[in-house]
Design a protein around this ligand. Structure first.
Ligand code: NAG
Ligand code: NAG
Ligand code: NAG
Ligand code: NAG
Ligand code: NAG
Ligand code: NAG
Length: 361
């Protein structure tokens, strides 16, 4: 009588062990899906929805949102931008889940300025959608491009000691607004314009437009250049600009000059900036110029990374390199093809080529 019971207990124990073993097997396999730290982004956005509007600025999280299955490590905090005017409500933000970066949004300015890394600025001009109280940039790639160029650099504001007072040729705030319009039209065509030459120098040295300059200079890199914009402007599809001239070839030497449609002044020169390759290595960048007699010039510019963001009369602009900025060079004696130390003649267009590559509209 005892034996069978013992046997049955024994067999039950075995069965039990097997069951436990199976359960264990099952639960470990199951846990790979359920019990990791990763969870779906949508779930997190719902579960962590804050009480106030916040801007999702976490580049990693934004990148995840682009993937088919968005997963996020719950232990990692999501970086969010919070309007500084909400600072008194900061107690309502869950700092375990969010890494809070305050930003200033001044309605006079066309950018948001974030209190991180000594200041970062991005154009206010991006589309976003709302998920609960979380504002999500619609185009994560564009947002990434903005952020990459966002590091704030302040101008030097050097006292210029000009001997004679001169009435500025250009009204600086008006000129800055004009360049910001071109910036936006270029952005709409996928181009990230940056300040160059005299305009860059003026911003850096004097925090404004140099009083004796008569035109404005900007640039885009060749790999970022979109030729459709030129066509659109020629088709009268630009809101603000006309094309005044087109010099050089798109492959290696293009310079476009825009003028505002109504006022027709000042000129804005858009230089396409090309890679300068020596022995297969990128050693510098260059922009080009063409003289009326067909002589072609190249102006070389040292490589300077990364991008920075700058404020000029309430507008955000980007720039790329460090200028030689200290000495004033009077515009009246400045000859574009002689005065710079970084330029050299690199050949001459024939009369035939000039008809193709020196076009006044
Ligand atoms: C989950 O998070 C905890 C705490 O941060 C960490 O110790 C653990 O390694 C994480 N597990 C996995 C599977 O990532
Ligand atoms: C930030 O707050 C100010 C003041 O309440 C408001 O005018 C502005 O629109 C807010 N900015 C954003 C981007 O929500
Ligand atoms: C202008 O003068 C001030 C005061 O003497 C001096 O500090 C500054 O460096 C000068 N600026 C330039 C560009 O030489
Ligand atoms: C260009 O477009 C504007 C509207 O944006 C229109 O008023 C103007 O007449 C057009 N000019 C020409 C030459 O077609
Ligand atoms: C170009 O790069 C190669 C590989 O980095 C290097 O060995 C060579 O010296 C470079 N040439 C010049 C002209 O810098
Ligand atoms: C420089 O450009 C001016 C105006 O375009 C032209 O008259 C002059 O011949 C050029 N100088 C040289 C050295 O090519």
């Amino acid at each position: 009588m005892k034996c069978p019971i013992l046997l049955s207990i024994f067999s039950i124990t075995i069965l039990f062990n097997i069951l436990i073993y199976y359960q264990f097997e099952f639960s470990t396999r199951f846990s790979i899906r359920k019990f990791t730290n990763y969870t779906e982004c949508v779930y997190l956005l719902e579960a962590w929805n804050p009480n106030i509007h916040v801007l999702l600025i976490d580049l990693e999280f934004l990148k995840q949102l682009n993937y088919e299955i968005c997963q996020w490590d719950k232990n990692k905090r999501i970086q969010i931008g919070v309007n500084k005017t909400y600072k008194k409500l900061e107690y309502s933000l869950d700092k375990n889940h969010f890494d809070v970066i305050y930003y200033t949004d001044d309605s006079e300015k066309d950018f948001l300025k974030f209190d991180i890394d000594g200041g970062r600025m991005i154009p206010r001009r991006f589309e976003a959608s709302l998920s609960g109280n979380i504002v999500i940039p619609k185009d994560p790639q564009l947002f990434y491009e903005f952020w990459k160029r966002s590091k704030l650099l302040n101008c030097a504001n050097v006292e210029m000691n000009r001997t004679e007072f001169q009435k500025p040729v250009l009204n600086a705030p008006t000129a800055a607004t004009l360049i910001s319009r071109l910036r936006d039209e270029l952005l709409d065509n996928g181009m990230f314009m940056f300040l160059t030459d005299g305009t860059l120098l003026g911003w850096y040295r004097e925090c404004t437009i140099i009083p004796h300059t008569t035109d404005l200079d900007v640039s885009v890199f060749k790999e970022n250049y979109n030729p459709n914009y030129k066509k659109k402007v020629l088709n009268n599809e630009s809101k603000y600009f006309k094309l005044w001239r087109s010099l050089g070839k798109e492959e290696d030497s293009l310079e476009l000059t825009f003028i505002p449609k109504i006022e027709r002044t000042p000129n804005i020169d858009l230089f396409i900036m090309y890679d300068g390759i020596e022995d297969g290595n990128l050693t510098h960048h260059y922009v080009s110029g063409v003289a009326g007699d067909g002589t072609k010039y190249r102006f070389s510019i040292p490589i300077y990374d990364p991008w920075c963001a700058a404020e000029l009369h309430n507008h955000i602009f980007w720039h790329e390199y460090g200028p030689e900025w200290r000495k004033d060079h009077p515009s009246s004696v400045y000859t574009w093809n002689k005065s710079g130390k970084n330029g050299k003649a690199v050949g001459k267009f024939t009369k035939e080529e000039m008809r193709q590559y020196y076009i006044m509209y």
